[in-house]
Design a binder for this molecule. Structure first.
Ligand code: SAH
Length: 397
């Protein structure tokens, strides 16, 4: 195994179990490791510190373990078994213990949050959708799939691998999406008793935004008798919860026609012939400029405006503009669910942004809930960068 030696003093963050090694921390390497190879990391003095996947870029090693051990199928089995135990403890497998409703949709492995940097596995019914964000995880995909099946047993029958868009382009791996196990065409999964189609093949992320489950559940409790605008609806998650909660009207908006088609299909699946729902393929800002309906429950769940720190200023401006619009149009006594999934925008930034938007619109606003990512998207305490989803539920006087 190739060895990487750190510059003096650059082992500090690793002693606090931070799982990334930046290129600037590396003194020299024993050879020329290939991207994706497993490497061992040593201090300048030659003391072993960690083992991880080597990659080319700013982050050069993503640490898998701080103990000298092989990265093999049993290694992945141990980690996936713990990840499963976490989800069992959180009460979200098969039945959501919070509400007693059927739930076969959850994230089983959340990268660094589950000590498997670069690996995401979402479960949709009997199908696991696996995504590699590093060449190392791509290289190991077959032993990971075998480990996954061993741990999950009868809980899954299919493993779909979807990494076409998540792997570094320059790695030129010729990666393809496809089944590593099984091959079911059943594309319907259940979240809190609601059914939806998952488009593994072409959908964003692994096909559905699993991270809003708990927040959608909360929205349902606010929906009764309200006129709802679900902005950036994607596959309509918030919309069908609003309908079950007794909303009188639900409008879903997304700039992607494909997303709108999926939203319509999902609404039809749960509420056939229900005329309360209409979906619009439109740009959010344009739609908000031409509002006719007196909405009193609005959801704003935009894509990550800031993917990187340097895009932060523009992102904050975007959030202010969007939230200000919502504050301007929402009815008195309205409820606003507003989110940011940009990792670069932290809780305080986001709250300050919504504060500015409220002040600019001159509305009287109370914070009712402060929302975050759910237990199946855990945050490794040594890796605060893993915190990305935040939201506020506001009462607008
Ligand atoms: N709320 C969704 C997830 C939203 S993801 C859920 O619960 O599943 C963000 C969505 O915003 C994507 O579907 C994307 O197509 C859409 N989008 C991006 N830019 C947009 C814009 N300018 N106007 C409207 N929708 C946009």
């Amino acid at each position: 195994m190739q060895k990487i030696f750190l510059k003096r003093g650059k082992d500090e963050s690793l002693r606090r179990f931070h799982p990334w090694i930046f290129s600037g921390a590396i003194h020299h390497m024993s050879g020329e490791p290939q991207e994706g190879e497993t490497v061992e990391v040593y201090t300048t003095e030659g003391e072993y510190i960690a083992t991880g996947h080597f990659q080319i870029g700013t982050i050069m090693v993503r640490v898998l373990t701080f103990q000298q051990e092989p990265i093999d199928q049993p290694f992945y089995e141990r980690h996936i078994a713990i990840a499963l135990d976490v989800r069992k403890a959180a009460g979200i497998i098969a039945t959501n213990t919070d509400n007693g409703l059927e739930n076969n949709t959850f994230r089983l492995v959340h990268g660094e949050g589950d000590n498997l940097p670069g690996l995401v596995i979402d479960i949709y019914g009997k199908t696991a959708v696996m995504q590699a964000h590093s060449v190392g995880m791509h290289t190991d995909r077959h032993i990971i799939a075998a480990a996954l099946k061993n741990v999950m047993g009868d809980l899954i029958e299919n493993i779909y691998y979807k990494s076409e868009t998540t792997l570094p382009y320059k790695a030129e791996l010729g990666q393809e999406n496809g089944f590593l196990l099984g091959g079911s065409t059943d594309d319907i999964a259940i979240e809190n008793g609601l059914r939806f189609h998952v488009d593994w093949l072409r959908g964003q992320k692994t096909g559905f935004f699993v991270d809003q489950r708990a927040n959608r559940q909360l929205l349902e409790q606010y929906a009764y008798g309200r006129k709802v605008l679900n902005m950036f609806c994607y596959t309509g998650g918030f919309s069908f919860y609003a309908m079950r909660g007794g909303a009188t009207l639900v409008h879903s908006v997304d700039s992607s026609q494909k997303a709108i088609d999926l939203t319509n299909a999902n609404v039809a699946l749960n509420f056939p012939n229900d005329t309360r729902h209409t979906a619009y393929a439109d740009d959010a800002f344009r739609f908000l400029d031409h509002i006719q309906t007196p909405y009193d429950l609005i959801i704003l769940d935009p894509p990550a405006f800031a993917k990187h720190k340097d895009a932060l200023r523009n992102a904050l401006k975007g959030y202010i503009r969007l939230n200000r619009k919502a504050f301007e149009i929402i009815q008195p006594g309205g409820i606003l669910f507003t989110f940011s999934c940009s990792q670069a925008v932290d809780k305080d930034h986001f709250r300050a942004t919504v504060f500015s938007a409220a002040a600019a619109a001159g509305r009287n606003v109370r914070i009712l809930h402060q929302l975050h990512q759910p237990a199946d998207h855990p945050i490794n305490i040594y890796h605060p960068e893993g915190e990305y989803l935040k939201g506020l539920v506001l009462y607008v006087e």
